[in-house]
Design a protein around this ligand. Structure first.
Ligand SMILES: Cc1cc2nc3c(=O)[nH]c(=O)nc-3n(C[C@H](O)[C@H](O)[C@H](O)COP(=O)(O)OP(=O)(O)OC[C@H]3O[C@@H](n4cnc5c(N)ncnc54)[C@H](O)[C@@H]3O)c2cc1C
Length: 396
């Protein structure tokens, strides 16, 4: 076990940091308009930072999951909104599960920064309970016809394509779930906006699918493989989302440490007060723990295993730990921490969203509980009989 970064990891961390500083990404993504500054994404593509986790044969750098974890933690220091400034994002599903033809069609644009890929799981009537997905894909000759809709999804305006999860077999639950690459410029895709409390800088909303024709060549994986794709992708992605929150909390901590040295109360710096010192010490410890847990969950993937338990532990622990730490750092700033200009309120709002998205804290605890207590107990909690073996059954 080696806790030191390799020379290559150090090089990439420095490259990401330089990019964030040179292009002032933190401020660029602070805008309240919920519109992505495309020039940042393009610049990242030009610098070769988008294809980091895409295999080399498709133009990427082929970095492993643990290295990506280190980079996402670095990104988080400049804001949770940087989550799709480096790396393939949800486009990683195409790199992993796409046909050779799909990879050639989409990955070059993804890597150069022209294309962003969204993911559509959540619907007006379903969220965590993916097996009850209502969006339906009916096969008609050389294409499918998709009807239904997705809601509460990120990047609805920016994404050129969405990986949409739909049922291809009514009543088949997880076994009937299939993934499709849907062109978001199709006139039968009707988009709408919703206003989230955080994660500004990116659009958020939903889209209705009015009998959208999707060629069979745009199906990702086989019919019924949607759940496998979801599970593998989110086993990776949700850990990155946890670790990006740790980065955000670490930068809040740096800010608070500086403040605690400078701000005086009762004749001396507030850092000498045990209430302040202990908040900093506790946050430093819990954030380090969360970071190590996250890197372990990614290392498990790099070793070719599934990370159901480790990934669930890492994501809920990282997001909740980061939230608590940022809140404590805000408290150290007193009333100044409550000002927008200090930036801590934004970090709180952003991290709060990631305690729900990509597997809510509660769901992830249920998943850990299922692995420890057994599937029968889990199924009885959900009031349903099992349809998948334990290592596969997993809700978002
Ligand atoms: C900022 C943000 C970005 C998002 N981006 C996307 C996106 O890009 N694409 C997308 O498809 N979705 C996205 N979502 C939606 C997100 O994936 C869902 O919110 C999430 O899956 C939960 O679904 P839900 O909100 O419908 O809650 P529900 O599933 O209705 O759950 C309601 C409550 O019940 C709890 N609960 C449900 N099931 C269980 C269980 N088994 N055990 C314990 N507790 C449970 C939940 O934790 C929650 O507290 C985003 C959400 C947010 C906040």
């Amino acid at each position: 076990m080696d806790f030191n970064h390799t020379e290559e990891q150090k090089k990439w961390i420095q490259a990401v940091r330089d990019f964030m500083v040179t292009f002032d990404v933190e401020n660029a993504l602070k805008n309240e308009s919920e519109q992505l500054p495309w020039e940042i994404r393009k610049a990242s593509g030009t610098q070769g930072l988008i294809g980091l986790d895409i295999p080399k044969e498709y133009g990427g750098q082929g970095l492993n999951a643990a290295t990506m974890g280190l980079l996402y933690e670095e990104c988080g220091k400049f804001g949770v909104n940087t989550r799709e400034v480096v790396g393939a994002g949800h486009g990683g599903m195409i790199a992993k599960f796409g046909t050779h033809e799909q990879k050639l069609r989409y990955l070059p644009d993804l890597i150069n920064g022209d294309l962003l890929v969204g993911v559509g799981l959540t619907e007006p009537n379903i969220g965590s309970d993916l097996a009850s997905t209502e969006t339906f894909a009916r096969k008609e000759g050389s294409h499918y016809v998709l009807s239904g809709g997705k809601e509460l999804v990120s990047r609805v305006r920016e994404a050129g394509i969405f990986v949409v999860f739909a049922q291809t077999r009514r009543g088949a639950g997880m076994k009937g779930l299939t993934a499709f690459l849907v062109d978001m410029n199709d006139p039968n895709v009707e988009k709408y906006d919703l206003e989230p409390m955080g994660m500004k800088g990116w659009s958020y909303g939903g889209f209705r699918l009015h009998d959208v024709k999707v060629p069979v060549s745009n199906r990702l994986g086989k019919e019924g493989e949607g759940f496998k794709i979801f599970n593998q992708h989110f086993g990776y992605w949700r850990v990155l989302m946890g670790i990006i929150c740790i980065g955000a909390a670490r930068s809040a901590m740096e800010q608070a440490v500086q403040y605690a040295k400078e701000r005086k109360a009762f004749g001396a710096p507030i850092g000498r007060l045990q209430s302040v010192m202990h908040k900093i010490a506790e946050s430093a410890t819990t954030l380090e723990t969360a970071s190590l847990l996250s890197l372990k969950a990614l290392d498990v993937l790099d070793k070719g295993r599934t990370n159901t338990v480790e990934g669930s532990m890492a994501k809920w622990y990282a997001t909740t730990t980061a939230y608590k730490a940022i809140d404590d750092m805000l408290q150290i700033h007193g009333a100044r921490g409550y000002l927008k200009e200090t930036g801590l309120e934004q970090k709180l709002r952003d991290v709060r969203g990631l305690m729900i998205a990509d597997g809510s804290t509660d769901v992830l605890k249920s998943v850990i509980g299922r692995e420890l207590l057994g599937k029968d107990i889990y199924d009885s909690m959900l009031g349903r009989s099992g349809e998948l073996p334990p290592q596969q059954a997993m809700v978002p």
